[in-house]
Design a protein. Structure first.
Length: 251
């Protein structure tokens, strides 16, 4: 603890001219203990409200990508204080490269509760919000829509039935599209044009990445037919997708 205090004291001394000019105090800047006392009495929720409003004034979320995820603060907390590592849920504006909101999750809850609390502070109008699989919850996605945003969320085993339904639908559609494309090429060689309804129905994108003696190809499939999803449960879902990754080279 003394080491931490010493470091902060050195930092304050190093920034003495800055703080003197900023605070305008005739008798010099406050001590380390005074700064600590002030920081300790700040109300977290009121600070968050002021912080988010400040960020909104500086940036524009409309049309931007906001990534929301949770991370455990490990190492120092676990080793020094021997406590369970706290979890922070962050909202990160990707284009601007800044965190626009953060909330600490209570030890007795988890990210599912924390994400809606964090979103209550955020302006999501016309933003695209991406989430981890744990954020694939009806209450969370519905709140994003109500706040004027769109969402993209992976579906994994926490939504097992929907995951299996989407996987089956995508595999059937992709296989059908490949067969349809093959037939279209065969008929085209004979001067005959056939309809390709599956090709019109599914969008396919690819990108590539190289590094560390590896070549990685990712293929993205997007389908706007969501009939495989229970629309009573997931009324806001408008498209489903799947990513296939192929890596060549050293693992």
């Amino acid at each position: 603890m003394g080491t931490h205090r010493f470091c902060l004291t050195i930092e304050l001394k190093y920034k003495e001219a800055y703080f003197t000019d900023l605070l305008g105090l005739k008798n010099g800047i406050p001590s380390h203990d005074t700064f600590s006392a002030v920081f300790s009495i700040i109300e977290a929720e009121e600070f968050m409200e002021c912080f988010v409003q400040w960020i909104v004034d500086l940036s524009q979320t409309r049309g931007n990508h906001i990534a929301i995820d949770g991370k455990a603060v490990r190492a120092a907390c676990e080793k020094v204080y021997k406590k369970k590592a706290p979890v922070l849920v962050n909202a990160f504006m990707v284009e601007a490269g800044i965190c626009i909101g953060q909330i600490k999750i209570d030890e007795k809850t988890n990210e599912i509760k924390g994400i809606p609390d964090l979103m209550s502070w955020l302006n999501l109008e016309s933003a695209t919000v991406t989430l981890d699989a744990i954020g694939c919850q009806k209450d969370i996605t519905n709140k994003i829509i109500k706040k004027g945003g769109d969402y993209v969320s992976p579906v994994k085993n926490n939504q097992r039935n929907m995951h299996n339904d989407i996987l089956l639908e995508m595999e059937i559609t992709i296989a059908g599209q490949k067969n349809e494309s093959k037939l279209a090429k065969e008929y085209e060689s004979k001067g005959i044009v056939i309809e390709t309804p599956l090709g019109d129905k599914i969008d396919i994108f690819q990108d590539y990445d190289t590094g560390h003696a590896r070549f990685e190809r990712r293929t993205y499939y997007l389908l706007d037919d969501v009939s495989c999803i229970d629309k009573e449960e997931w009324s806001t879902a408008n498209a489903i997708g799947m990513v296939k990754k192929r890596t060549v080279g050293d693992s």
